[in-house]
Design a protein around this ligand. Structure first.
Ligand code: SAM
Length: 366
């Protein structure tokens, strides 16, 4: 029952003074899956609603600026997304939501609000995501989206977005698309013309970098190295001359092998930050010379347990240019004047422009 004599009179043709059941029955044909209204206790909450009825039509919410407080139980027709204290205006979009890498407290307010508000959460492992959602009392339909079904799942998300729904994408931990599924989904959603809204939050690489304290101006996120020894060593050799700190992800069963290869193939005066179990109970962040890393890991079996980020500092400053910069500069000088060749070589190789310019002059004069 609408309360008070002065309440607006009509709801979808019904007199608001009649009983709630009649109002609901008469209103039902006017409500599709995107619409509902708030019925709390025996009152239709007209006071907070605008205009007279608390419609929550996704397509018109933005214009109507409805934000209606629900005072209690919802009787029918109210989309799940709106069964919260406040009706949110969820845009018809894919929300890419970062989630904690260990400590559940690291979820953002915006991530919680979004997970609560969307129609569907696409997640790498539904059991895993369930734990996070249950922890925060969020009930929302889920869809498995992992590396083995990403294309089909992405196509389904695009269909749902086409029906006006809002969807969140989460991975098991951290930021989707960072060494995790998500990139193909985002590409498909964007190609279909829908908005992708990123919600920043935890990522193991950035968390490790923030505690590494390395002075290097740049870092290269490598992620996982190849599992096979030969391919892993080749990858490390290709990275050896990169003038930046290197950030690797590694699993506990491979960390010893990987660290052994890094020690063997990179300069021993480089430093390594071994960051394990970040944000968790047994978090450990150790910064040591690379040459000491194998011995440090071997000293205690616990040091080989858990999840790892390995950060290796940039190579020591070299006298002169490395072979790759020499090659690039020489090639550019065959076509360009000294200044332009040096500028372009600096952009390509990341080496200092003045060093390249000096070397270009030498090569021109030779
Ligand atoms: N999407 C995630 C992110 O944004 O960081 C990464 C997912 S990737 C499949 C998992 C890897 O991330 C682990 O093998 C480990 O290398 C790293 N990682 C994840 N959580 C971590 C933690 N709490 N401490 C250290 N490394 C972690």
């Amino acid at each position: 029952m609408a309360s008070g004599e002065n309440q607006p009179g009509l709801l979808a043709g019904c007199n608001a003074g009649r009983c709630t059941a009649e109002v609901l029955a008469a209103a039902q044909p006017y409500f599709d899956k995107y619409r509902g209204f708030a019925v709390a206790a025996d009152q239709i909450d007209l006071a907070a609603a605008h205009p007279k009825v608390a419609f929550c039509d996704r397509k018109t919410l933005a214009q109507q600026k409805i934000c209606c407080q629900l005072l209690g139980r919802c009787t029918f027709g109210l989309p799940r997304a709106h069964q919260t204290a406040t009706i949110r205006d969820m845009e018809n979009a894919l929300y890419v939501v970062a989630t904690p890498i260990g400590n559940l407290g690291d979820i953002s307010l915006r991530a919680l609000e979004t997970l609560r508000g969307v129609d569907l959460v696409a997640c790498e492992d539904t059991r895993h995501a369930r734990q996070l959602l249950d922890h925060h009392g969020i009930k929302v339909p889920m869809l498995a989206l992992h590396q083995h079904n990403e294309n089909e799942a992405a196509a389904k998300l695009v269909r749902l977005l086409g029906e006006g729904q809002s969807v969140a994408l989460v991975s098991d931990a951290g930021t989707p698309g960072v060494s995790d599924p998500g990139a193909r989904t985002v590409a498909a959603v964007r190609a279909a013309g829908f908005r992708v809204i990123p919600l920043p939050g935890p990522s193991a690489a950035i968390t490790a970098m923030s505690a590494a304290g390395l002075a290097d101006a740049r870092f290269l996120f490598v992620g996982f190295l190849p599992a096979k020894v030969g391919a892993r060593k080749t990858a490390i050799l290709e990275l050896a001359a990169v003038d930046a700190a290197l950030v690797f992800y590694e699993a506990p069963h491979r960390v010893t092998e990987t660290v052994t290869d890094l020690v063997e193939l990179l300069e021993p005066q480089r430093e390594i930050v071994i960051a394990r179990e970040l944000t968790k109970m047994f978090e450990q962040i150790e910064r040591i010379p690379l040459g000491e890393a194998s011995a440090w890991l071997a000293a205690d079996p616990n040091r080989q347990r858990g999840e790892f980020v390995l950060v290796v500092s940039a190579p020591p400053a070299r006298e002169g240019l490395d072979a790759e910069s020499e090659r690039v500069l020489a090639a550019l000088l065959t076509e360009l004047p000294v200044k332009q060749a040096a500028k372009l070589a600096a952009e390509i190789t990341g080496q200092p422009k003045n060093a390249l310019y000096a070397r270009a002059l030498q090569l021109k004069d030779a």
